[in-house]
Design a binder for this molecule. Structure first.
Ligand code: 4AD
Ligand code: MG
Length: 477
């Protein structure tokens, strides 16, 4: 008999004769009530075991984590909290789970402990919910761009380019590390490497994406991205997923409009499709908040926070205005937001970003027109000669969620900038062709997918919103 997913059983419009469900035991109470979960929903289905007619041996094997198959009638539940339950007629243990050894006991585990068990943590309510939300958000990303006629482009994972010029790359080689071939100058001879050149894992698909935008008009990428930045923070992963749309003929304002519309769409879509999961995650957060001192509790519950983002425009503020705001706020020192005042030209620290978003504007913020010297080589220089048409979107509790810009479309200006930064023109000859042949204004941005999942789930550590996090000293699974 084909099993029915628990979600469909719970959503049934009527009672049913003889259904089969398969899943994993979450709890087994009073030798009678199984809470069964099959991953289709946050909700368990209660399965009432006829314990008088079930062998002692079978009852003992109904333990947390065991895989079981239950067959019986779907009847209205007398218990509170659920509409239906299964009156079990036949129970089969598919896979035992030693109650003494199974790490995911039905109790609250610390997130640290769960990270050490990333292969099993998905069997908890919270991680089941997070991973379903993540999946729906991915789908929403494609749905948004496909509806708008963007072309999905798969940019290479192995590349010779350092798009961000930050040098934080994982190198890729097929050379024997204990016997590297050397050239006449005594350097490693990458000509003998698999690709005949030095390569690395991509830090961004933007440069390749731009070449496609200059033919297909509007494209997006959505793929794994790698950065060997040794920052052990709750916002950085060495392997993360980035969404990078790129649009020909869009200027920076169009780019901001697109980013805002896109983010609002995917959040709205996910709130509609994942109502149960988000409600659960909100409850989990509220529990967690109770243990914090009043001053540190967040002002909004999760769903309220998500709705706020849907209903309010992001505040658009230039870098220069932001610096003024930060300077003015100096006398008003709040303990939590103590920071060193930035001088014009310096990059903002995360406490500055948090001050702007969480204290000053109390809203997502789009910061634009950054000093040229703190941004990547490809950004469009403004007429003032010192700022570039960059934009960062900052979110409450997250900080930077999007980085983007209008691109420098003028060949001469771009080449000059590359010279100053020591970027090899010959290496990027193909990129420069976009400016040699039919160049035009174009813009794009990159959204860190995990940071979006963080925001939507209300989680606070990026390690908890990706199945198997890759961080410094950690690639266990
Ligand atoms: O600001 P970034 O470095 O911008 C780019 O890579 C551009 N090429 C994007 C573009 O214009 N097409 O990265 C974009 C976003 C950040 O805002 C952040 O959300 C995320 O990628 N990100 C990370 N997420 C997790 N872990 C990391 N180590 C990240 N580094 C960047
Ligand atoms: Mg950035």
């Amino acid at each position: 008999m084909r099993h029915t997913r628990v979600k469909d059983l719970l959503n049934s419009t009527n009672t049913l004769h003889e259904v089969n469900a398969k899943g994993w035991v979450r709890t087994f109470r009073n030798n009678q009530f199984i809470a069964l979960n099959d991953g289709s929903t946050i909700n368990n289905i209660q399965c009432v075991v006829d314990f008088e007619n079930t062998s002692e041996e079978t009852l003992k094997r109904i333990t947390t984590g065991a895989a079981v198959s239950v067959t019986g009638d779907l009847v209205e539940s007398k218990g509170a909290g659920q509409k239906y339950e299964i009156q079990v007629k036949k129970l089969e243990i598919l896979g035992d789970s030693d109650a003494e050894k199974f790490p995911m006991q039905p109790k609250k585990h610390s997130l640290e402990f769960l990270r050490e068990n990333a292969h099993l943590r998905v069997r908890t309510n919270a991680f089941g919910a997070i991973m379903r939300v993540r999946s729906v958000l991915s789908y929403a990303v494609h749905s948004y761009f496909q509806q708008k006629g963007f072309v999905y482009v798969n940019t290479p994972i192995i590349t010779g380019a350092d798009a961000e010029g930050a040098g934080e790359m994982f190198q890729v080689t097929s050379l024997p590390l204990d016997n590297l071939p050397k050239n006449e100058e005594g350097n490693i001879d990458y000509k003998k490497d698999f690709f005949g050149k030095h390569t690395n894992l991509t830090v961004s698909g933007q440069l390749e994406g731009e070449t496609f935008a200059m033919a297909l008009g509007q494209i997006y990428t959505f793929g794994p991205t790698f950065r060997a930045e040794n920052s052990n923070t709750s916002r950085h992963l060495a392997e993360f997923w980035m969404i990078e749309p790129e649009v020909a003929f869009n200027n920076l304002n169009d780019n901001m409009d697109l980013a805002e519309d896109f983010i609002q769409y995917v959040i709205k879509y996910t709130m509609e499709k994942c109502a149960d999961d988000l409600k659960f995650l909100e409850g989990r957060l509220l529990e967690e908040e109770k243990s914090k001192p009043q001053a540190e509790r967040s002002e909004m519950a999760l769903l309220e926070k998500l709705n706020f983002v849907l209903e309010n425009n992001f505040k658009r503020v230039s870098y220069t205005e932001a610096i003024d705001i930060l300077r003015d706020s100096a006398p008003n020192k709040k303990k939590k937001f103590q920071y060193i005042i930035n001088e014009w030209g310096a990059d903002l620290q995360s406490e500055h970003e948090r001050y702007l978003v969480e204290k000053h504007f109390k809203s997502p913020v789009i910061l634009f027109d950054y000093p040229a010297n703190i941004k990547a080589f490809y950004m469009r220089l403004n007429e003032d000669g010192k700022t570039v048409r960059a934009m960062d979107i900052l979110f409450p509790g997250i900080g930077e969620i999007v980085g983007g810009s209008q691109r420098e479309e003028r060949f001469d200006v771009l080449v000059e900038k590359m010279k100053v930064l020591g970027i090899d023109e010959e290496e990027l000859w193909w990129y420069l062709d976009t400016r040699r042949f039919g160049s035009a204004v174009h813009s794009g941005f990159g959204l860190g997918f995990e940071r979006l999942v963080l925001f939507v789930t209300g989680m606070t550590n990026i390690r908890d919103v990706i199945p198997f996090p890759r961080t410094p000293q950690n690639a266990e699974f």
